[in-house]
Design a protein around this ligand. Sequence first.
Ligand code: ZN
Length: 231
Amino acid sequence: MDAKKVTAIVTRAVPYGDTDMIITLVSLEEGKLTVTAKGCLKPKAKLRYATEPMNFGEYMLAGRPERLVLADCAQIDSFSPITLDIEKYYASALILEGLQKLSPESQPMLFKHAIEVLKALAYEGKGAEEGVRDFLLYALRDNGYTVDFATCNSCGCVLDGEAVFSEKDGIVCPHCADYQGVGIDSYTRAYLSGEDNIPTTLKNKANMTLSEIVFQVLGLRLGKHYFTEIL
Ligand SMILES: [Zn+2]
C-alpha cells in the first residue's frame, strides 16, 4: 500500500455508511482528491477534526489512487473564528466551493490565495464581502485573466464612473463598449478596484457582478447558494 503526504484543505464531507465519511480535499500538490475517512463518525474518533470542512493540514493518505484512505493528519489551522460569524461562514463556503471546482488539477497560486483569504477572514478582521471579492478576483487572475477596473482596456482612458465587461474586450469605458457586455455601475467598479467604503448591499451587488464575470470567463457558476442567502 502506497502512502503519501499532501498539504490540503477539506472542502466537503459527507457521511458514508454507519461510521465512515467521504471527504473532498483540495491539495496544494495534486488538486482535488476524494478520500475515505474510516470510522470518523464514531464518537471518540481520533481524526474526526480532520474531516471537518475548512480543516487545513498535512494529510497522510494510504491506499490506491482511486481509493484513498485517510491515515493521519497534522492540523495547521481550522480557521475556527470564521464559524462564529454567519456572514463569514457563508463567504468561506463560497471560497471552498470555488477552490474545489477550479482545482481538478493542482492550482498552487489559487490554493495559497484561498488560504490567505481564509486567514484574513478568521484573524485579520477582513469582512465577508471583501473575502468573496478577493477570492473571485484571484480566481480570474490565477487563471491568467487580468482584470483592471481602473483603465479602459480598449482606449486606455482612466475609468471614472460606469464601465462595461465583455469576454472579448475585457473591461472598457462606455464609449468603447458594444451593447452585449455586462454593465458595471460606478459603485461596483470602485469596490472591485479596492474601494471598501461603500454600503454592504452595494458590495454584495458588486460581488454578484464579479461572479457573472467569473462565469463568462471561466464557465463556472460560483456562489449560487451564497448569493441567494444574502439577498
Ligand atoms: Zn474606452
